[in-house]
Design a protein around this ligand. Structure first.
Ligand code: ASP
Length: 325
């Protein structure tokens, strides 16, 4: 009897302590690992939602850019961080979708090694090029790329990054193999596209709107069924003659596995409040971001979604015959 009471008391104490811990969380600034270079799409989305989350949580969310290996270096670091909620990470369709098929020795399992917090933003993919790239529209782009593949440089953010996987899809559909140039993120890659040092890129809209509107780069099409309200003049791939090229990416927040559920719930709530904040929504929408609504929010949905994404990308990548390190 005594033993049972003791065990019961310990369990109750642990529950209370967990609840008390969550009540107090966060007790210090929260580090958000962004696994790509500053200024790129993942970094920009993390800073936009992080700014409002800081207000809700009462502690600064501090971005730490940990680059390399298509984002898997930073996510590996995040997966191994202390699971107390004070270190989280912004992953995406590459790190938590394509990576397992491209990295046989990946040091994490996107479906097991995280406590999902929630989707932050969907990011339609655009086919873009340096401003003096010869083709004037997507039909000419397809013909030109097929005829000149060996002379064309394609920029991306590393094996399994979104820019890499989505341009892999494009190359596969066109039956070509371009010369790939890897960067620490599509922020720096975009600088070279604007400068004309590289020719084309498949990238997330939130990185490109300003440069497209400013005429610094050329946008051939957006790979979503409808045009983006942020870029009403850019045709869809369907309108422009490449209907099979349909792809959109996403960025989402994760905590390491084992982070206490009440802490994860507090982080999910803060993310959701950010996505409901009018000023935060405007910043994301102006960049062409797609805001998750209703049942698309929270960790449960994200956990299921990640499993679906890994299952979706694995055969695509195997068919394209690409493996990372
Ligand atoms: N999301 C990456 C970045 O922010 C780019 C990519 O995955 O292609 O740089």
């Amino acid at each position: 009897m005594l033993k049972k009471t003791f065990v019961g008391a310990v369990a109750a104490l642990a529950l209370w302590a967990g609840g008390a811990f969550a009540q107090a969380f966060p007790t210090k600034p929260v580090t958000v690992i962004v696994p790509f270079a500053a200024g790129g799409p993942t970094d920009v989305i993390a800073r936009i939602v992080g700014e409002h989350m800081s207000k809700t949580l009462g502690q600064q969310l501090v971005i730490e850019n940990v680059v390399g290996a298509g984002g898997t270096t930073g996510i590996t670091r995040g997966a191994q961080a202390t699971a107390d909620g004070h270190t989280i990470m912004m992953g995406h369709m590459g790190t938590h979708g394509a990576a397992p098929a491209m990295y046989p020795n990946l040091k994490y399992d996107p479906t097991k090694d995280f406590a999902p917090i929630g989707l932050a933003a969907g990011t339609p993919i655009l086919i873009v090029a340096k401003k003096d790239f010869q083709p004037k529209d997507l039909k000419e782009f397809v013909a030109y790329v097929k005829a000149n593949a060996t002379k064309i440089n394609e920029a991306h953010a590393g094996i399994a990054s979104v820019s890499h996987t989505t341009c892999l899809m494009l190359q596969h559909q066109l039956g070509v193999k371009l010369t790939e140039v890897a960067y620490r993120g599509t922020g720096p890659a975009l600088n070279d596209l604007v400068g004309g040092q590289v020719d084309i890129m498949c990238d997330q809209i939130v990185n490109l709107v300003e440069q497209i509107k400013g005429g610094q780069i050329k946008a051939y099409a957006v790979a979503t069924p409808e045009r983006s309200p942020a870029l009403p003049d850019v045709p869809t791939t369907k309108e422009a003659g490449l209907p099979d090229y349909q792809v959109s990416a996403w960025n989402a927040l994760f905590a390491p596995k084992g982070t206490p559920a009440p802490v994860v719930a507090k982080l999910s709530d803060a993310l959701s409040k950010a996505l409901d904040d009018p000023a935060t929504r405007k910043r994301l929408l102006d960049l062409g971001g797609v805001i998750p609504e209703g049942q698309q929010r929270g960790g449960t949905y994200l956990g299921t979604f990640v499993a679906q994404e890994v299952a979706r990308w694995t055969p695509i990548i195997k068919a394209a015959g690409v493996v990372g390190q």
